[in-house]
Design a binder for this molecule. Structure first.
Ligand code: C2O
Ligand code: CU
Ligand code: CU
Length: 552
């Protein structure tokens, strides 16, 4: 692992030797993205909340000693209630934004970075022009004005850059923040709030000897994603929350580039889940653990009442396997192997409280859509995930704006049945068969395991077993329901994760593990335009595992 260097994917490929010879077909297209002019404020729009977000370089203390250079969002509230923007002290994370359903929001995004950027409001249902599409990227010194109305239900959302082929590195350097949306339905429940409601953003990072962020600028990182050596929660190491002996609401976002966590309490107290990406569940669910993939959110109630002062409860990432190929695990170059047990944060009971809040039985009503009510009950739109030794595709194609395929055209105001699955047979249909056996896998990375096995044989195996890994698939726009999850494969590995999926709520990101096939129902209402769907393993996203739906 070297110190952070700015390299384009093309730069990575050139640095990677053999792979460069095939001209970077999949790991980044290397082409410039067509741009639209930066959106300006409109006189016709009267915001309830107006704020400025500046993307800038900064330094912040993370480890003891020298501060760490980061890129971050710094915010100023121009208009609106004071709680609309809360800066996190001593953390690189962007300010916590708190909006209410129905509010009109204006955000002035100013780019003070040394490169282009654009911000996406992950999970929010907004028009394309307000969605942070890569074609909306702004250059250093420019400002992009977002104006939209909050249409989402109460929930925790996520803002982060969505810059063409630079999302992973920009998020990694620190550009990320949480958004909380409130609504009347949720307020009526009287859930723990104020100091008893704690947003927690989990990320992993690596540091060099000089306390600076280190990023694996190698093929392994672009293939499997970045896995850091240390866990940071709200930008801090070893975060310990001081809590009172009463109920708390913990709102957790996985803001990591690629790492998947298995949340569980160290004393095996079950987790009480009240919500996921798109807001509250109808009823709380109790689980031994919860899987949380990049960009997923989980809303937990944890009741510390009855716990003695001085006691401590630690949230761990528990042991699991099967989400990344064993070969990749070994070569990860991180001290924290994915699937190994390690602590995330702790809560220490320091105050007594007589508060005896009880979780309501019914939390919310989710308007469910039956399969028969979709536009295509017998003919799901495919999202086929291909991860081959040189390909990061969805539906057999890398990302390309203006490359809409027939199945990617969706009439506005329809609801679609979508099937997400792993594609067998790698690059079939792309006419790239001649590339098999060249590039990174031919370059010696497989030596340890493959020994003398010829590349022809690997081609014959279709790379499926070896390369299969979990992908958090995210769709922009309105949230979806998961109606089916089927699995065929290694039952033992699956047993270590299967109880951790919360499929009963509305989602915008879903983990599709090796051997799984999912069916989801998603509305495409209100806005025409191009809306992305992609893997939220950010290295995969930047490598081309992204496509667009054209809602028309
Ligand atoms: Cu969180 Cu298209 O992104
Ligand atoms: Cu998104
Ligand atoms: Cu992926």
């Amino acid at each position: 692992m070297k110190s952070f260097r700015l390299l384009t994917r093309r730069g990575l490929l050139i640095g990677a030797g053999a792979a460069a010879t095939i001209g970077a077909p999949a790991f980044g297209q290397g082409h410039a993205m067509r741009r639209i002019a930066p959106n300006r404020a409109s006189d016709a729009f009267t915001p309830d909340v107006e704020l400025e977000l500046i993307c800038k370089r900064d330094k912040t203390p993370i480890l003891t000693g020298k501060p760490t250079r980061v890129w971050r969002y710094v915010g100023n509230l121009i208009k609106g209630p004071p709680n609309a923007l809360t800066a996190l002290p001593d953390a690189y994370l962007g300010p916590l934004l708190r909006f209410t359903k129905g509010q009109k929001i204006r955000i002035r995004l100013r780019n003070e970075l040394p490169e282009e950027t654009i911000t996406h409001w992950h999970g929010l249902h907004v028009p394309m022009l307000m969605d942070g599409h890569p074609t909306a990227a702004i250059d250093p010194g420019e400002t992009y004005v977002y104006e939209f109305e909050i249409r989402n239900r109460a929930g925790m959302y996520f803002y982060h850059p969505h810059t063409h082929e630079k999302t992973a590195t920009q998020v990694y350097r620190g550009l990320a923040g949480a958004i909380i949306i409130e609504d009347e339905e949720e307020r009526a429940l009287g859930l723990p709030s104020g100091e008893f409601e704690i947003p927690l953003v989990i990320q992993d990072r690596s540091f060099d000897g000089d306390n600076q962020l280190a990023y694996g600028d190698d093929m392994h990182t672009s293939m499997f994603g970045f896995y850091g050596d240390r866990v940071l929660v709200n930008g801090r190491r070893n975060l310990t929350l001081d809590v009172a002996s009463r109920a708390y609401r913990l709102r957790i976002l996985n803001g990591s580039n690629a790492r998947i966590y298995k949340l569980c309490w160290d004393d095996r107290t079950p987790l009480t889940v009240i919500g996921v990406d798109g807001g509250l569940l109808e009823k709380a669910e109790t689980r031994p653990y919860v899987m949380l993939a990049p960009a997923e959110r989980v809303d937990l109630i944890v009741d510390f009442s009855g716990r003695p002062q001085g006691s401590k409860l630690t949230m761990l990432s528990g042991e699991f396997y099967g989400l990344i190929p064993p070969m990749a695990q070994r070569m990860m170059g991180s001290d924290l192997a994915m699937g190994e047990e390690f602590p995330l944060f702790a809560a220490s009971v320091t105050k007594a409280s007589n508060d005896t809040w009880k979780l309501p039985e019914k939390l919310s009503t989710i308007r469910r859509i039956r399969k028969e009510q979709t536009a295509n009950p017998g003919d799901p739109i495919p999202i086929a995930i291909t991860m081959d030794h040189m390909a990061m595709f969805l539906n057999g194609r890398p990302y390309g704006h203006d490359d809409i395929q027939p199945r990617e055209r969706i009439p506005v105001d329809t609801t679609q049945l979508i099937e997400i699955f792993h594609e067998r047979g790698g690059m079939g249909g792309m006419g790239m068969g001649g590339m098999r056996g060249r590039g990174m896998m031919g370059g010696g990375m497989m030596r340890g395991r493959m020994g003398g096995m010829g590349m022809g044989m690997m081609g014959g195996m279709g790379m499926m077993g070896m390369m299969s890994m979990a992908h958090p698939i995210h769709l922009h726009g309105q949230p979806f329901e998961i109606i089916e999850r089927s699995f065929e494969g290694d039952e033992d590995a699956y047993a270590s994760i299967r109880d951790g999926f919360i499929d009963s709520g509305l989602k915008d990101t879903v983990l599709v593990t090796p051997g799984e096939r999912l069916r989801i129902i998603k509305p495409f209402g209100d806005f025409k335009g191009r809306f992305m769907y992609h893997c939220h393993n950010l290295e995969h996203e930047d490598a081309g595992m992204m496509r667009e739906f054209s809602v028309e």
